[in-house]
Write a protein that binds this ligand. Structure first.
Ligand code: PMP
Length: 401
């Protein structure tokens, strides 16, 4: 008899489980549009040249593998906050920010959730409906209560701005509002700069705390600064805020697990105290973070040649996604004679397109067409080649009608 016999089988993860199913399929036209990972036009994974260069530098220097401090690599923490806010930002100049290296975006969100659970007991986190599938898991596991605010309007395949504002307004004073800094996952729909101002207004009015998830800086528009403008707009108002960062997508460091949690505070003294507590939370969870990815980021962002080269490579990646987006739109418009307006595909930004396909239609995509995607109708354009756009358009049109 087993002591573990009462443990039931857990369901597959709704996102990572898609890749498992894809691997098991032998059809030649199969297409994995599930997980958001950049592929080349040949649909191969891509390691950025600047990453290889940074790794060569690291090898040449013969750096050691000693433990990092709990808060991570100092050179990384410095450049990551600067990349987010701009080095000249008051918050940085006046050291009003607590930055701790995290286990990529997920681990950074999890650490922030632990901080909320410990120091804001009973406070709610408001998350967008829909959102990235792992957000709910993260807050559930940290025992942080959450509820949803309206975000996506299926009628327009656009932002439900009024729903969003009224739900944030209706939430208990002092709630945390989780916002996607850019390239909202899964919808690819972002507020306009004017809408961001109004969102900041109501958050301030209600004494809420903005909590940004920045997983795609540079990947949405191709510009690091443009993609950070939402966060900077809030910081410029002197608001306190949390920001989780990830280098999985923009530097292609998925498996290195490199990111950070930043807490912008109203004084440097408070920031120091917050940082000390983040370290205290991290220590029993994982002790200290891995060094390899932190060194890569510190080398790339901290060296002007590599930094400029990174920006070029990122524009290339963002550009390839934009071009398959356009090609998919063209194919859909040309092939579909139902009169449906497909322009939403072009309006969405970032890695994903939210097709509007429902659960059953998404299953048709997979079962009949071997197109692997999440059941919410999201497709990752980063996993699409221009050669397969027409095939994908056929699959989408067939599944819709
Ligand atoms: N937030 C969002 C919105 C994401 O899409 C992702 C990646 N899929 C993450 C956070 C975190 O990813 P990672 O843990 O690989 O940095």
């Amino acid at each position: 008899v087993s002591r573990f016999g009462d443990i039931t089988m857990a369901p597959p993860d709704p996102i990572l489980g898609v890749s498992e199913a894809f691997r098991a399929d032998t059809h030649e036209m199969k297409l994995n549009l599930g997980v958001g990972a950049y592929r080349t036009e040949d649909l191969h994974p891509y390691v950025l040249n600047v990453v290889k260069k940074a790794e060569n530098l690291m090898l040449e220097r013969g750096e050691n593998k000693e433990y990092l401090p709990i808060e991570g690599l100092a050179a990384f923490n410095k450049v990551t906050a600067e990349l987010l806010l701009g080095a000249q930002n008051d918050v940085i100049q006046q050291q009003k920010i607590a930055t701790v290296q995290g286990l990529s975006g997920t681990g950074s969100l999890r650490l922030a959730a632990a901080l909320i659970e410990r120091y804001f007991p009973g406070s709610k986190v408001l998350i967008s409906s829909p959102t990235w599938g792992n957000h709910k898991n993260i807050f559930n596991d940290a025992r942080v209560p959450w509820s949803e605010y309206r975000y996506y309007d299926p009628r327009t395949v656009g932002l439900d701005f009024h729903g969003m504002i009224s739900d944030i307004k209706a939430a208990p004073e002092g709630s945390f509002v989780l916002l996607h800094g850019c390239a909202h996952n899964p919808t690819g729909i972002d507020p306009t700069p004017e809408q961001w101002e109004s969102i900041a207004d109501v958050i301030q009015e209600k004494n809420h705390i903005p909590f940004f998830d920045v997983a795609y800086q540079g990947f949405a528009s191709g510009s690091l600064d443009t993609d950070a403008s939402s966060v900077r707009l809030f910081a410029a108002r002197g608001m306190e805020l949390l920001v989780a960062q990830s280098y999985s997508k923009n530097l292609g460091l998925y498996a290195e697990r490199i990111g950070a949690i930043n807490v912008v505070c109203s004084s440097s003294d408070i920031a120091q105290r917050v940082k000390s507590q983040l370290k205290r939370l991290a220590r029993p969870m994982y002790s200290n973070p891995p060094i390899h990815g932190a060194r890569i980021v510190a080398n790339v962002v901290g060296n002007s040649d590599l930094f400029n080269e990174w920006k070029e490579e990122m524009e290339l990646m963002a550009g390839r996604i934009k071009s398959v987006r356009k090609k998919l739109y063209d194919s859909l418009s040309a092939k579909d004679n139902s009169g449906k307006d497909w322009s939403f595909v072009l309006k969405q930004i970032g890695m994903f397109s939210f097709t509007g396909l429902n659960n059953a239609q998404s299953e048709n995509m997979t079962n009949k067409w071997h197109v692997y995607m999440t059941k919410d109708g999201r497709i990752s354009l980063a996993g699409l080649s221009s050669a397969k756009c027409e095939y994908l358009a056929d699959a989408i049109i067939d599944s819709y009608h």
